[in-house]
Design a binder for this molecule. Structure first.
Ligand code: UDP
Length: 195
C-alpha cells in the first residue's frame, strides 16, 4: 500500500473501504498483522518515544485517524481521502463479521465497558461474532491468563483499547504469541460504542 510521510512516519493512502479490503486480505493470509490508526498526538509522541516509533515503522497498515493528520497531508501536497478511525473501523468489522463470520475480541476500557459495547453491537448487527471481551485495567500478573483466554477464543481480529501508546506496545509484545491475524489499537472506541 502506498504511504505518505508525516513527521517522518508513514501513513498509508487508504480510505475506509480500502482499509477494510486490506483487513480481509490479512484475515485470509493469517500472518499476524498490526494495524494502527494514527492521530496527530501519536505521531508527535513517536518523535520522543523510540519504542512507539519503531512500532509505527514496522506496522502493516497505518490509517489516518484525525483532522490534524488530514490537514498535515493536504498542506504538504499529499492529500488523503478521509479519516479512517478506530470507532468506524470497529463498526465496519461488526458488519463484516455478521456477513462473513469473522471472530472479534474486544480487550480494554474500564470494567464492563467492552462487554457492554459487545452487547450493543450484537443488537445493532445481528449475527456479529464477538467471541470475547475483557476490560483493560489488568496488572502484569493477569497478563498470561488474558493471553490464554484470547487464544482460546481464536479471534480473527483483536481490538485493543488501552490508550496510546500502551495498546500499540501491548500488541507489539504479544500478537505473535497469540497468533491473531489482525490486531488493532482502538483507543476510546468501546467507551463510544457502549454508550
Ligand atoms: N484504558 C485501559 N487501560 C489502561 C488505560 C486506559 O483500558 O490502563 C482505556 C480507557 O478506559 C479508554 C481507552 O483505554 O477506554 C483510552 O482511550 P482514550 O481515547 O482516552 O485514549 P487515546 O486512544 O487517545 O490514547
Amino acid at each position: 500500500v502506498p504511504a505518505i510521510t508525516i513527521l517522518g512516519l508513514p501513513v498509508h493512502r487508504v480510505d475506509m473501504q480500502g482499509a477494510l479490503d486490506i483487513v480481509e486480505r490479512f484475515i485470509q493470509e493469517r500472518t499476524p498483522r498490526h494495524i494502527i490508526t494514527a492521530d496527530a498526538s501519536m505521531l508527535v509522541m513517536a518523535q520522543e518515544d523510540r519504542e512507539l516509533r519503531s512500532i509505527l515503522l514496522s506496522a502493516d497498515l497505518i490509517t489516518p485517524d484525525s483532522a490534524g493528520v488530514l490537514w498535515a497531508a493536504k498542506r504538504q501536497g499529499t492529500p488523503l481521502a478521509e479519516r479512517v478511525s478506530g470507532v468506524e473501523l470497529v463498526e465496519r468489522f461488526c458488519v463484516l463479521s455478521a456477513q462473513k463470520g469473522y471472530r472479534l475480541y474486544f480487550l480494554g476500557a474500564a470494567p464492563g465497558i467492552a462487554a457492554a459495547a459487545a452487547e450493543r453491537m450484537r443488537l445493532r448487527y445481528p449475527g456479529v461474532q464477538i467471541v470475547g471481551a475483557h476490560h483493560g485495567f489488568f496488572g502484569p500478573e493477569e497478563n498470561e491468563a488474558i493471553l490464554d483466554e484470547i487464544r482460546r477464543c481464536q479471534p480473527d481480529i483483536l481490538c485493543v483499547a488501552l490508550g496510546i501508546p500502551k495498546q500499540e506496545k501491548w500488541i507489539a509484545a504479544y500478537q505473535r504469541t497469540l497468533g491473531v491475524p489482525v490486531a488493532i489499537g482502538v483507543g476510546g472506541t468501546f467507551d463510544v460504542l457502549s454508550g
